[in-house]
Design a protein around this ligand. Structure first.
Ligand code: BGC
Length: 901
């Protein structure tokens, strides 16, 4: 209860909770009630809201117990943080008694605020994983031979799925049952015929000789009294190599441990060993993520996943070698079906052949209900676009066959979707059915790593909205337990350079922190002892070029996780490995004081002729040494920050000294003081030098003028950068006052532009600016790297939703949108780790109206242009208002605010 005194001050009665203040979104390690955490000191977080503005947390208290009743009574607590006087609500580490492996834990939190105290939160649970060194007492098992016709591990691999089963007795009432399972490459598990969980393509991919991930499922309700059956199908995933030149690790294998606790306090367990039965003669006769899945329904084992099945014809499972890597609980959520869409049309194109149009380039699978004839195959081929004659355009898939096959067991209707493959597609060719499939019989299942959609964004400009939607589809379509370059052709790899800055923009749209945190580990796992980092991680292609621009993603992503989410663990955990890489580049990459190693240049800059993939014109191409030197210089500053955060100050000083000497050598070599330009005066060369701080003081304006001149005069107001330059373009222009030019680039629909892709029918973002005309060897229609800093610009510069410099996790928000000429309104929201931030502005000759929402226990500095808003109406929650040149600066606490003309 809150007593309001007549002075307007308020006093809180300490023992009573205030209904208006609410705790929300309680998380452990960023997840709601996660299972199988291996971290010894899991970190808690929450959000706060209230109807009244200016909410500030004064203190918190967290309690943890082994069961809900202890927690309720506050007895036998494992941890009682006591009242901690702090406004922090992010990443508060557990500091109680040591946690045991494989157990459930319960927690709750209560906070005091300037508006009163909350009730205790709901009780939340998490469980611990088995941890490093735990003896699973289980073997790796599988079928250690290739016995089916056509199976091969050479070239494009072909292999049938493995079926493994084990029956067991549960004689008493089960009080808790947990399955720990790693099925490589991918698995589907069943208990008594029921699918365990709804994840697909699990576990997350890894560099398996260094690491393998297992998943954890609570299966308490799935075990019955009496005889039970645990059944697992193994697909190839990324473990069994997919194609020539791609790292393959071996035949699929399973390790599982089912722990059962009975009501009477006794325990049981079922582990993978050679008493399991195994077969590779089941219905999935082939599966390869690039080539497709083949399913022969005539080979189904009816009832094999239930108890009582006669498996006497099956062999005993083979004991397989351990993959070699450390077995760790997967700390990022699994891939799931996140949305279902229906096709927009089905057309007959030839005898028994139909083309389905999903209306959207999507990533996932098609579930079909069709009618077929026993033994007559129905085939499905997937493509992103069509040829002029209406047939599939598959040239850009390169060698990926992207073809599924289903052989019905009997005449009549069947429903099927594959288990171990996915496709990037808008169109599907279905061949072999006699009757036209109805739209309702076809479902597009969109799959990607389970995560929240955190952003919404809309403007008065339809082109911007369309580009945003294309980006949304492209980003989520390229999450497959790692961020991939593309989802359709024979590549689908975690290319570092594509995400160096993109990951930051993506973090506004999706809660991608755990995925990217996992990817940092992939990068470290793929690092060589020399310190060299593979440009692709996990290193299914081994590309140790010792360039800088691609590996820079490692550093930028760790920093992104810190700034956007407030999570510094990426920096702490990888500092040593980052340092090894810095030292390595220092050794192998520096000559004449600058960094000379570069591999890809300003990759995919728009070429002079639209048929080319890469430009041949030297005047358009940026010297690779400029790219690597600028980026390395920036990384040294980042490393100084990381060094200070991790208690390595001495390293930091050294990095800054090195950075200084690099800057001098760089300017000596590349800066033309007369023309104020770098190298051959490309936008990318000047932009990187300017944005990353290499331009000698006093010359910044003239360097910037060159960027404008080049863009406007030589490129007719168009983009001239590739993957590296684009990472800075929109913010670079805007921060230096050319927001209208940035806006022009954002809405252009002529080549090269994002709008050009839209005009040509794209529903995702292309790999190339000229993706419609260039050689199919490299024209994926679903890449995200050319987004550069566009999404950051949408949120930070158009909507004005930005975490204040030098603060993290949106506890302090800076709202300073630019209001480009021609844009009438923006409506955006972002569910940050600290709560939901909203910005909605509208302007015209006569109207200015800007509504802002700032979440509880955060603060904001809002910059309102005086030209739009002559006066600021004082509103509750505002702390300070003053003028700074052309702006009102409004400092607020949480709440809803409105600024009108
Ligand atoms: C990939 C890119 C990647 C590039 C680097 C391409 O094949 O699709 O996304 O960054 O190679 O060379």
């Amino acid at each position: 209860m809150l007593i309001v005194l007549c002075t307007g001050m308020s006093v809180v009665l300490p023992s009573l909770a205030t209904a208006g203040v609410k705790l929300k979104n309680l998380r452990v390690e960023m997840q709601n009630e996660p299972l199988g955490l291996e971290i010894k000191t899991p970190r808690f977080m929450w959000q706060l809201s209230s109807h009244n503005p200016g909410l500030v947390q004064k203190s918190y208290r967290i309690v943890v117990a082994e069961n809900p009743s202890d927690l309720k009574k506050q007895e036998n607590l494992l941890w009682d943080s006591g009242e901690v006087f702090s406004d922090n609500m992010l990443f508060i580490p557990y500091a109680g008694k040591p946690l045991s492996p494989g157990k459930d834990y319960y927690w709750k939190v209560r906070v005091k605020t300037n508006q009163g105290r909350t009730d205790w939160s709901d009780v939340k649970k998490w469980s611990t994983g088995l941890g490093d060194g735990y003896d699973w007492q289980a073997d790796w098992i599988g079928v250690n031979k290739m016995m089916n016709h056509g199976e091969t591990r050479d070239g494009h691999t072909r292999l049938a799925a493995r079926y493994l089963r084990k029956e067991f007795d549960a004689r008493k009432k089960v009080s808790r049952a947990v399955l720990y399972i790693c099925g490589l490459g991918s698995y589907e598990a069943y208990l008594n015929g029921i699918r365990i969980g709804d994840a697909v393509l699990s576990p997350a991919p890894a560099h398996y000789t260094v690491k393998t991930y297992y998943n954890v499922y609570d299966v308490t309700g799935m075990i019955g009294k009496g005889c039970n059956a645990l059944a697992v199908v193994l697909g190839n995933g990324r473990y069994f190599g997919l194609m020539p030149g791609m790292e393959g690790y071996g035949l699929p294998r399973l390790k599982a441990r089912l722990e059962i606790e009975y009501d009477d306090g006794t325990f049981g367990r079922v582990v993978s060993d050679n008493s399991w039965r195994a077969s590779s003669q089941g219905p999935v006769i082939a599966n390869n993520e690039f080539d497709g899945e083949e399913y022969d329904a005539r080979k189904e084992f009816a009832g094999w996943d239930k108890a009582g099945y006669n498996d006497s014809g099956w062999e005993f499972a083979d004991i397989m070698q351990s993959p070699g890597g450390k077995l760790c609980a997967q700390a990022t959520p699994c891939i799931k079906v996140m949305e279902e869409i229906s096709p927009v049309s089905v057309k007959l194109v030839a005898d028994d052949t139909y083309i389905v149009d999903m209306g959207q380039n999507m990533v996932g699978r098609l579930q079909v209900t069709l009618s077929g004839k026993a033994g007559e195959p129905v085939s499905f081929r997937f493509a992103e676009t069509l040829k002029d004659d209406g047939s599939l355009y598959i040239d850009n898939l390169r060698t990926a066959r992207a073809r599924n096959l289903y052989i019905p067991a009997k005449n009549g209707s069947f429903t099927w979707e594959p288990s171990f493959v996915y496709h990037g597609f808008r169109y599907v060719e279905i061949k072999g059915v006699k009757k036209i499939p109805s739209l309702s019989a076809l479902k597009g299942k969109v799959i990607y790593d389970e995560m929240e959609t955190t952003g919404s964004f809309e403007t008065s400009n339809e082109m911007i909205n369309r580009i945003y939607r294309n980006a949304y589809w492209g980003i989520r379509g390229n999450y497959r337990g790692m961020p991939t370059d593309c989802p359709q052709r024979d590549e689908r790899l975690g290319w570092l350079g594509d995400r160096a800055t993109g990951s930051y923009g993506e973090s506004f749209v999706f809660g991608n922190a755990l995925l990217y945190k996992k990817w940092l580990q992939d990068i470290e796992d793929s690092q060589l002892p020399s310190g060299s980092i593979s440009d692709v991680s996990p290193c299914y292609w081994k590309l140790y070029f010792d360039d800088v621009t691609w590996p820079s993603a490692y550093f930028y992503i760790a920093d992104m996780l810190y700034r956007q989410y407030g999570d510094k663990s990426g920096i702490e955990e990888h500092y040593g490995s980052m340092k090894r890489w810095i030292e390595h580049i220092r050794k192998v990459g520096i000559k004449d004081g600058i960094v000379v190693r570069d591999q890809f240049g300003d990759w995919c800059m728009p070429p002079e002729s639209q048929e080319l993939i890469h430009s041949k014109d030297p005047s358009r191409k940026t010297d690779g040494r400029i790219l690597s030197t600028c980026v390395f210089y920036d990384l040294l500053h980042l490393m100084d920050k990381f060094a200070r955060m991790t208690g390595n100050e001495a390293d930091g000083e050294e990095y800054l000294l090195l950075a200084d000497s690099i800057k001098k050598a760089y300017n000596k070599m590349f800066f033309d003081i007369h023309t104020a330009s770098y190298g051959n005066n490309t936008v990318t060369a000047n932009l990187l030098s300017l944005r990353l701080g290499l331009v000698p003081a006093g010359h910044e304006e003239r360097v910037f003028e060159n960027i404008i001149k080049k863009t406007q005069q030589e490129f007719g107001g168009h983009i001239s950068t590739g993957v590296v330059g684009i990472q800075h373009l929109m913010r670079g222009l805007t921060d230096n006052g050319a927001e209208d030019l940035a806006y022009k680039l954002a809405v252009n629909d002529t080549y090269p532009s994002w709008g050009y892709m839209v005009k040509k029918g794209a529903t995702t973002i292309w790999e190339l600016w000229n993706g419609d005309t260039a050689d199919p060897a490299m024209n994926s229609a679903n890449h995200v790297m050319l987004l550069g800093d566009l999404i950051i610009w949408y949120y930070e510069n158009l909507a004005g939703i930005k975490c204040t410099e030098h603060t993290v996790g949106f506890r302090k928000i800076e709202m300073a949108p630019c209001f480009p000429e021609g844009l009438d309104y923006v409506k955006a929201s972002y569910s940050s780790v600290s709560g939901e931030i909203k910005s909605e502005w509208r302007k015209s000759e006569t109207v200015f109206d800007w509504k802002v929402t700032i979440p509880g226990n955060t603060s904001a500095v809002i910059r309102v242009p005086i030209k739009f808003c002559r006066e600021i109406n004082r509103q509750d929650g505002m702390r300070n208002v003053y003028k700074d040149r052309d702006y009102w600066v409004v400092e607020t606490g949480s709440g809803n605010y409105r600024f009108v003309k």
